[in-house]
Design a protein around this ligand. Structure first.
Ligand code: APR
Length: 241
């Protein structure tokens, strides 16, 4: 088996953007969305996480996200999350994390300035007024209501059919400016606009690399290299000094 050298962050590369997907949380015990055992194998669940579920199917949405909160709280970050957090600490201001995940595991591993493309499963906001979204670990049996306006609250995640927030789009664009290494880790790259970030990085002249248990490069002309394997095993090597 060929030995894999570190990618050279801090020596060869000085502005690194890491885009993560559900694959980085598999080693923590959380399911992916697609593929064997994926969340969306349950077609009913896949129907609920749509913009049209607000407000009529909010109770079902809260049941799903209450369960996902409890599951995510019952596990911990794994070596993939820790390798990314360590790289951010070793090279302050040079390693940026853009995640599609809403499980809060990057935060719990110590990563900072995380760009949460699809929101957070641990944030709750009002469906109606502009009351500030708030950190929330609660599981709700009944529909929570806004203490400011009385309207129903919702998980602050991006549902299918909803737009990403202007803020995370601006943050992602800024992170990619001058990016010289773009890592796509543990994502099927089928959801846009997240998947388009690779194209932006490629156009910015970054060296684009994927880390996945499945081959990606032959399907994706924007990748310069790929490392096939588990993120929890490869990232500690690739992100090492
Ligand atoms: N290491 C690396 N990659 C892995 C591992 C692992 N240990 N285990 C699984 N993978 C890969 C799979 O091969 C797959 O390519 O992780 C990817 C998971 O793909 P998805 O389940 O589609 O998850 P993701 O790409 O994050 O989904 C994107 O879709 O439904 C929406 O909002 C949801 O943010 C999510 C978005």
């Amino acid at each position: 088996m060929k030995t894999i050298p570190p990618l050279g962050i801090g020596t060869k590369f000085h502005r690194v953007v890491i885009l993560t997907g559900a694959g980085v949380s598999v080693a923590s015990g959380l399911p992916t969305y697609r593929g064997p055992g994926g969340l969306w194998e349950n077609e009913e669940l896949a129907k609920i996480v749509h913009a049209e579920s607000i407000p009529t199917r909010l109770p079902e949405l809260w049941k799903l996200y209450s369960e996902r909160r409890a599951t995510a709280l019952s596990v911990g970050p794994n070596a993939a999350h820790r390798a990314i957090a360590d790289a951010q600490k070793r090279w302050p201001g040079q390693v940026f994390v853009i995640t599609q995940n809403v499980d809060n595991l990057h935060q719990r591993a110590g990563s900072e300035n995380i760009i949460e493309l699809h929101g957070s499963g641990f944030r709750t906001r009002c469906t109606k007024c502009s009351a500030s979204p708030f950190y929330d670990e609660a599981s709700y049996e009944t529909l929570p209501l806004c203490c400011v306006c009385g309207a129903p609250l919702r998980p602050d995640v991006v549902l299918f059919g909803e737009m990403l927030s202007e803020k995370v789009i601006a943050q992602s664009t800024a992170a990619l400016r001058g990016c010289d290494l773009f890592l796509v880790v543990g994502t099927s790259s089928v959801v846009i606009p997240a998947a388009y970030l690779l194209l932006d990085a490629y156009d910015a002249g970054a060296h684009c690399v994927s880390v996945n248990i499945e081959p990606s490069r032959h399907e994706n002309p924007y990748l310069h290299d790929e490392f096939m394997g588990k993120a929890e095993e490869l990232l500690p090597i690739l992100l090492a000094t």
